[in-house]
Design a protein around this ligand. Structure first.
Ligand code: ARG
Length: 564
């Protein structure tokens, strides 16, 4: 049920095509204050086409609109304010939720077409950074939101598993490495070796040459080099997998940069055929002066290919293999130039689908107002953050609900959910201040607050022994006290669509906080468990709230325990 659509259709018929239905729908507003009704339509745009004063148009329209959905239409200046018929609308939306359950809010914008989502993409032998956490969490939510909108998401982990740093790492390992240590604690050990390489190289420049040599061997397929590389990759992935398991995130592909090694000659050849490659400082580049971008580096003087070359190959591969309708890259905003160049080069190559590629940038995670960096120990290790958060959640449960049955499971759902929600509630471009205490608070705009509200609503239903099969009961309510909650339920679909259109999961996060707050207020004002004529309808509303809170959390990749 979509009232905006319904109203815009009516206006369209009355206006006999003065404006398109879609345009009319865009003009419909939601008044800031409920005194001005539930929907508002400003007549200024029509005034231009109809050559009449907007106030007169508003008057005329108010006489012509007839719908049982509205109990009142008020004219205020150039505005038409519509007041929905509370009981009709409430009954309708709750019945819809009762029948559709977790399908409520689903839409078919995508028509089952593919969206590839390049997300997470950490670098082998380096710690999983906060940036990778943000990419994982935002990418995962966008996958679920696009799926809810009828697309088929394909989640790709474009691992950073190739590049000159592997030459350095092999050199360091051969000089100072210890296989046992690496097996015990792969990323920590490999990072130590990598840092040592840089420290030592400051006094011993020949190390750099050696590193370059090993990378060359790697590119030429030398057996020893490849075996070491494969081993580093496997061990790193094992560690990353633990994090993905904690967060319950899965991927459709782990094809990282190395996967494109044998696919780059073709890219270079295509660029040559299209006469796009030029020489600059002994390197091969594609000039982008006409759009005022620096040239895109394709091949270095020693013939080595680069990050951008691999991304070109990857984009073409994805188009050919997944025939995407949309291709998202969830990567920090510091790589904006790279993605502008990438898309521009593909455009110059004549690929119209390059317009369907979108860089989805995000801001930084800060600690005490400063950037967290992976270099020189200033890292907050993500796995530690997650385990710390889980143990704090566990501690909370011990204090508040020591008899809970599956404490470990719930602690994981709450602890991990808290970290994810803290990220997703912010518009992605904002920098976020990292704070475990903040994340785990039970009040305010937090994951645990929404989960807690969900669990509370579930417990009401349990106490009343209410089942969705009871259906929508005979209506004895005026729905006045319920209206704030109901009007939010009405907004769920639109919120999901907006989140998809703007590639912005925070729309969903903010929405479920609003719904949780409205519900808690309602719960404080109304005795839901009191048996009376109105109780069944109220319980149906409580159930509807559980459905939407749970589904909202799910769209963010967060689980909803029924008790906590
Ligand atoms: N591994 C890169 C990094 O950590 C991110 C890769 C993003 N994806 C891509 N297709 N370039 O900075």
């Amino acid at each position: 049920m979509n009232y905006k659509k319904e109203l815009s259709q009516q206006l369209f018929t009355i206006l006999e095509g003065q404006l398109e239905a879609g345009e009319l729908e865009r003009l419909i507003e939601k008044p800031k204050h409920q005194d001005y009704g539930d929907l508002a339509f400003p007549c200024f745009t029509l005034a231009k086409t109809m050559r009449k004063s907007p106030n007169v148009i508003a008057q005329e329209l108010s006489q012509k609109i007839k719908s049982p959905l509205f109990e009142k239409i008020e004219v205020v200046g150039a505005y038409l304010n519509f007041f929905l018929n509370k009981s009709k609308v409430s009954e309708q939306i709750i019945s819809e939720i009762l029948t559709q359950k977790d399908q409520f809010g689903a839409q078919d914008i995508g028509a089952n077409r593919n969206v590839t989502i390049d997300m997470s993409s950490p670098n082998i032998a380096k710690p999983f950074s906060m940036g990778h956490l943000r990419s994982t969490v935002i990418g995962n939510a966008l996958a679920k939101i696009s799926e809810k909108c009828g697309y088929k998401p394909i989640k790709i982990n474009h691992l950073g598993d190739w590049g000159t740093q592997f030459g350095k790492l092999i050199t360091a390992y051969k000089l100072w490495g210890d296989a046992e240590k690496v097996k015990l604690n792969p990323i920590k050990e490999l990072l130590t070796l990598y840092i040592k390489f840089h420290d030592e190289a400051e006094n011993n420049p020949s190390l750099v040459d050696e590193g370059r040599g090993w990378f060359k061997k790697l590119e030429d397929g030398d057996k020893e080099a490849l075996e070491l590389w494969q081993w580093f990759r496997d061990e790193s992935l094992k560690e990353f997998s633990r994090i993905y398991e904690l967060m319950n995130v899965q991927f459709d592909s782990f094809n990282g940069e190395a996967f494109y090694n044998d696919k780059m000659d073709r890219v270079v050849q295509l660029l040559e055929e299209k006469e796009l490659l030029v020489e600059s400082d002994q390197a091969q580049v594609v000039e982008l002066t006409e759009i005022e971008l620096p040239p895109c580096l394709i091949k270095k003087s020693d013939g080595a290919t680069l990050y951008a070359t691999r991304d070109l190959a990857a984009a073409i591969y994805r188009k050919e293999n997944y025939d995407f309708n949309l291709s998202l890259y969830v990567v920090g905003h510091e790589q904006s130039l790279h993605f502008k160049q990438l898309i521009a080069v593909l455009g110059k190559m004549g690929y119209e689908w390059s317009e369907k590629m979108v860089h989805v940038p995000f801001g930084m995670m800060l600690k005490d107002g400063k950037k967290m960096s992976t270099r020189k120990g200033k890292v907050v290790l993500l796995e530690e953050v997650l385990t710390e958060s889980i143990s704090m959640a566990r501690h909370n449960i011990e204090e508040k609900n020591p008899n809970l049955a599956n404490k470990d499971e719930v602690a994981k759902q709450v602890g991990v959910g808290a970290v994810m929600f803290h990220d997703l509630k912010n518009y992605r471009m904002n920098d976020i201040e990292f704070s475990l205490e903040e994340m785990l608070r039970f009040e305010g705009e937090t994951g645990p607050y929404v989960q807690y509200t969900y669990a509370r609503a579930c417990s009401i239903l349990r106490k009343a022994q209410w089942q969705p099969e009871s259906g929508m009961p005979a209506n004895h309510l005026t729905w006045d006290q319920e209206w704030k909650v109901v009007s939010l339920l009405l907004e769920f679909s639109n919120t999901i669509k907006r989140a998809f259109d703007n590639l912005d999961p925070s729309q969903v996060a903010k929405y479920i906080v609003d719904l949780a707050q409205a519900f808690n207020k309602y719960y404080g004002e109304v005795k839901i468990l009191e048996e009376n004529e109105e109780q069944q309808a109220r319980l149906a509303l409580v159930y509807s709230v559980t459905v939407v809170l749970k589904e909202g959390l799910r769209l963010l990749g967060i689980e909803a325990p029924e008790e906590m």
